[in-house]
Design a protein around this ligand. Structure first.
Ligand SMILES: CC(C)(COP(=O)(O)OP(=O)(O)OC[C@H]1O[C@@H](n2cnc3c(N)ncnc32)[C@H](O)[C@@H]1OP(=O)(O)O)[C@@H](O)C(=O)NCCC(=O)NCCS
Length: 213
């Protein structure tokens, strides 16, 4: 279990997680603008600071509404073999509350920090507190993103759905004749995706999450 150093911050062996704040904007934007962190979904890359700013706003709304949102992940000490010093922002972990009433769990780390277990370490701490809140914890990943899927498995979430397309639509998102579907997500709905959760999900909630792409 993580040690709680402040009401909303988490401390692990190598990391410190604090609620994402406007002061972190530049450091977080650099990671979300890095094409290497979007290899599996290039269209998701942040090309303007305003996109990252909206993410900060969404996080703040989630913290206010549900007690959790996104965290900035910082190193507690220099990361060996890299030029990442203690205190540097290496990524973001998320447990934001979505309109459908479930948490959206996720993470994005700077490539220089990959491969030494830091996403697993941050996600384990974040998931512990997310699970303790009342809302279902869900996570969506592209099936081709093997590292992300592996982290979700390692932290103990359960695969509840995999597939492509939308309920009531063709695999490319084209609504079936007469089907009542939300507008398709243009970037990912045609791709093979995996949904994880911390509990069985009611059918309507699962369908709403599938529609998010
Ligand atoms: C996904 C991501 C967070 C993983 O970060 P990380 O710090 O390297 O992850 P960890 O070191 O904690 O663990 C990665 C796991 O995936 C495994 N892995 C990594 N690359 C892999 C690959 N190509 N194939 C299979 N497994 C792979 C690792 O072996 C490890 O599993 P193990 O501990 O059982 O050996 C990082 O790659 C990232 O930020 N990617 C870009 C953003 C992203 O895709 N976010 C998720 C969106 S759903």
């Amino acid at each position: 279990m993580p040690e709680f150093s402040a009401a909303e911050s988490l401390v692990t062996a190598r990391l410190r997680l604090d609620p994402l704040a406007a002061a972190d904007l530049a450091g977080v934007h650099a990671i979300y603008a890095d094409p290497d962190t979007w290899r599996h979904l290039p269209s998701g890359r942040h090309t303007t600071l305003a996109q990252t700013d909206r993410m900060v706003d969404e996080s703040e709304r989630s913290w206010a509404a549900s007690g959790l949102g996104r965290w900035t992940i910082r190193l507690r000490s220099d990361l060996p073999g890299t030029n990442l010093p203690a205190g540097s922002i290496i990524g973001v972990a998320s447990a934001t509350l979505m309109e459908c009433g479930a948490r959206n769990f996720g993470y994005r780390l700077t490539p220089a920090s990959w491969g030494v277990g830091l996403a697993t370490e941050a996600a384990t701490a974040a998931l512990a507190v997310a699970r303790a809140s009342t809302f279902p914890v869900t996570a969506r990943a592209l099936a081709a993103n093997l590292a992300s899927v592996r982290v979700l498995e390692r932290i103990g979430l359960t695969r509840v759905w995999s597939g492509r397309g939308l309920p009531g639509a063709e695999p490319d998102g084209t609504p079936l004749a007469g089907a009542d579907t939300a507008p398709p997500h243009p970037h990912s709905i045609a791709l093979e995706r995996v949904i994880f959760a911390d509990r069985p999900l009611p059918g309507e909630l699962l369908a709403a999450i599938i529609r998010l792409g």
